[in-house]
Design a protein around this ligand. Sequence first.
Ligand SMILES: [Zn+2]
Length: 352
Amino acid sequence: MIPIETRYFRKFFTRLFAFVQRSGRLRQFEYFEEGYLAPIDGTGHFSSGKISCPECCVKKPDSKNPQYYHQLLACCLVKPGKKEVLPLMPEPIIQQVDASKNDCEKTALKRLLSNISREHPHLKLVLNFDDLYSDGPTIKLVKSYGYSFIMVAKDTSHASLYESVDELDKADKVKRYQFTDEKGHKHWFRFVNNVSINKSHKETLVNYLEYVETDPKGKKYVNTWITDIQLTQENVAKVMRGGRAKWKIENETFNTLKTQGYHLEHNYGHGKQHLATNLACLTFTAFLIDQIEQLACRFFQQALEAKKSKKALWHAIRGLFDWFLIDNWEDLFTAIIEGRSASLKHLVVDTT
Ligand SMILES: [Zn+2]
């Protein structure tokens, strides 16, 4: 039996992406002039103390209870206020040939960006990361591909950056801006451009954006980002919304894949070569197809509306496949939209 290399699945993603691009729907994701907003984050899809394969990463390899795991590094195109996300081919975080230690998110990022840049040479991106990535070497890597970035910068990991900003503030070089929106939420910003990220990467200049939102009950949301987008009073709210859209990869991608019927973490079979990773990539492919349908197919949109949740929609689709011969998607979705009694009108009973 010839093993299927995981890279075989890349063409699914590039072809589906090309379809969205050709149909003009990619333009719906435009947000920044600098490029499409694209959060990057890792997620686990397999963990076991017993089952393993040569591609497994291992925690505590020399202990009595080694833990085997697989992860993926994902990148999705998103837009603040837009439900749908468009995942690119995820990068498996797995044991690399000749590697002396476990693969990790940051090593996988090098492969991910190299693949994205090769497959989408003209795609401009604003990559969005959490604090784990926000350092000099990652910024250099991102900029080497011509991409822009927005990264969370916590005070605990950016002491010298915060000191520099405070010094600039004393010299009156840091700007402040605030406004209250129509729902009574107060938005407060403190920002300054061209600050060294830290003492060991003095030449890496970033723009610093601190933000506090206070809702009418006094509850606060606080965050700080660094970015290469030049900050002005006119664009800080837009950059902040871009930074906050990071949750779309955690919530609208990973959570959906784990709780809305895709079963990303389910062990469908671990295999001896690439099976676990290939099944996870197939799950991402199914998710991408559904996202495109949600974006572009009015039958799918109405069926989802009729069923209220994706889980319920998948359940209805499975039920109809059990009982009827399905000639086309239009009939299938119409039967779901019009309800149980309409099934016989649109579909033929499977008598085999
Ligand atoms: Zn494995």
